[in-house]
Design a protein around this ligand. Structure first.
Ligand code: NDP
Length: 338
């Protein structure tokens, strides 16, 4: 059972060499006393920015997951090989929390969903139809209550979550602008994903000026994926009663000292609602989400860009690449085709 194991806790930017590939020797067997556990073969693993947070010693106890000297924990898609649980049988496809290895014992009382719709790519359950898709859905529709004509800004806009927030904003009749870190990503936002406008934040010497250019009347909704300087510039450009969905702050995850936000008092003057959320609190909405999104995917009204790396041994590079923006769309790791 090949595994990707974290050697030790990480400080600063993660490196490929913080992980190694080992051949696990333990034979995985279902525990006799428990009916909660399933043996699965991992097919796709999801590379997610939050995985870096789990690599820090004393990581936030709000996020369950892996520590050092063990295989990484994360989301994935797998096929059930053995099941002690009456709701799952051999051959079923599932997505949820698993480990970075070929075979895993997963618990049905952790995040685990049976995959019912297989007329879409299976890898979608690591992205658009899995945790990142739910994140975009909950963070945008539930927290921001968008109204037609409102002005929306999304950071890390070409990524797993951001590309969907932009498309959801268009479905809601909003004007949407995204920021991303390369010309190719900006082109993707404007030409394929339907964003009204986009800019490369790495080429803007003054983020405040860039936002003023795109939003002369200000921003109603900000979908926050990056934090730091971007958040600070956004606060200056928010409108009265704006809403900020605090989804992630990837620019801060590798810093030993977080950057200060100096414009926070705008929250008060402008009566902004800024709300953090964890998608895992809202998985009860998954059926409603599928009902909303599947028809849009089938009709080609919502598209999804994936960046698929192949083989567990290429997992560390794919994961580390997220923190310098090497991924072009949702970063997936293909472990096995069947
Ligand atoms: P992405 O697919 O967008 O990949 C991460 C991207 O972040 C990179 O491609 C890069 O894009 C950008 N990035 C990396 N470093 C920086 C930096 N220093 N400053 C600005 N941008 C940077 O990831 P996801 O869509 O999966 O996740 C987006 C955010 O959502 C993350 O912050 C994540 O932690 C959060 N999240 C939160 C959840 C929740 O429950 N609250 C659930 C899921 C995700 P670029 O080239 O454009 O810089």
């Amino acid at each position: 059972n090949k595994q990707v194991v974290l050697k030790d806790y990480v400080s600063g930017f993660p490196k490929e060499s913080d992980m190694h590939i080992i051949e696990g020797t333990v034979i995985l067997k279902l525990p006799e006393a428990s009916s909660e556990v399933l043996l699965i073969k991992n097919l796709y693993l999801s590379c997610d920015p939050y995985m870096r947070i789990l690599m820090t010693q004393g990581a936030s106890s709000y996020i369950p997951g892996s520590a050092s000297h063990s295989p990484l924990t994360g989301y994935g898609v797998g096929r059930v090989l053995e099941s002690g649980h009456p709701d799952y049988k051999k051959g079923d496809l599932v997505w949820g929390i698993t480990k970075w290895e070929e075979y895993s014992l997963v618990s049905s009382d952790q995040t685990l969903f049976k995959i019912e719709h297989t007329d879409v790519p299976l890898s979608y359950y690591t992205g658009i139809l899995g945790m990142p898709g739910m994140t975009a859905y909950v963070g945008f529709f539930e927290l921001c209550s968008p109204k037609k004509g409102e002005k929306v800004f999304v950071s890390a806009a070409s990524g797993a979550v951001g590309q969907l927030v932009g498309q959801f904003a268009k479905l809601a009749g909003c004007y949407v602008v995204g920021s991303a870190g390369s010309k190719e990503k900006v082109d993707l936002l404007k030409n394929k994903l339907g964003f009204d406008e986009a800019f490369n934040y790495k080429e803007e010497s003054d983020l405040n000026a860039a936002l003023k250019r795109c939003f002369p009347e200000g921003i109603d909704i900000y979908f926050e994926n990056v934090g730091g300087k971007t958040l600070d510039a956004v606060l200056l450009n928010m409108r009265l009663h704006g809403r900020i969905s605090v989804c992630g702050m990837i620019s801060q995850y590798n810093l030993t000292q977080p950057e200060g936000v100096t414009n926070l008092a705008n929250m008060i003057f402008k009566r902004i609602r800024m709300q953090g959320f964890m998608v895992s609190d809202s998985y009860n909405l998954y059926p409603k989400f599928l009902e909303f999104l599947l028809p849009h995917i089938r009709e080609g009204k919502v598209v999804y860009v994936e960046d698929i790396a192949e083989g567990l041994e290429n997992g560390p590079a794919a994961l580390v690449g997220l923190y310098s923006g090497l991924n072009f769309g949702k970063q997936v790791l293909l472990v096995s085709r069947e």
